[in-house]
Each structure stands twice: as C-alpha cells, then as structure tokens.
Design a protein around this ligand. Structure first.
Ligand SMILES: [Zn+2]
Length: 80
C-alpha cells in the first residue's frame, strides 16, 4: 500500500466526536474535554442521542434529564 496514498493535495477532515459530561450530559465544544460546570466529572466520547435544548422550562426531555440550561446534550452517556 505504500506509495498509493497521495498526501498534501487535499486535506481530509475527520469527524471528531465531542466529549460529553458524565454528570450533566452536556456536549462540549470542539477541543474542549472538561465540563465547565463539573471540572472534576468524567467526560467521554461514548454517548448516544444528540439533543438540543432551547427552552428547558418547556421541554419534556429537559425535565427528564434534569436540564435547566439551554444547550446541547447527550441522551445517554456511558461512563465506565
Ligand atoms: Zn457537566
């Protein structure tokens, strides 16, 4: 396979999975690996279900996940 790949002509951007906080399920911005609300909480890329909450007070999902702030959240976070 050596020599078959040409590099430099095109940059391929890999899709990175953002981290989610194991405490509040908040999904972090690109390059952030620590929850600003829970600096000591574990973060992981092993999560499922992308939820954007605009209005936590009127969102059923938000109340079920105990979310009280608008933002992006993971439905399920797997912390080992
Ligand atoms: Zn958090």
């Amino acid at each position: 396979m050596l020599g078959l790949l040409k590099t430099g002509s095109r940059v391929i951007k890999l899709v990175k999975i953002p981290f989610a906080c194991g405490e509040c399920h908040r999904i972090m911005d690109d390059g952030i690996d620590q929850c600003r609300h829970h600096p000591s909480a574990k973060v992981t890329t092993d999560w499922q279900g992308y939820v954007i909450v605009w209005n936590p007070q009127r969102s059923e999902i938000a109340s079920r996940l105990n979310i009280d702030e608008a933002g992006r959240y993971a439905l399920k976070v797997n912390i080992r």
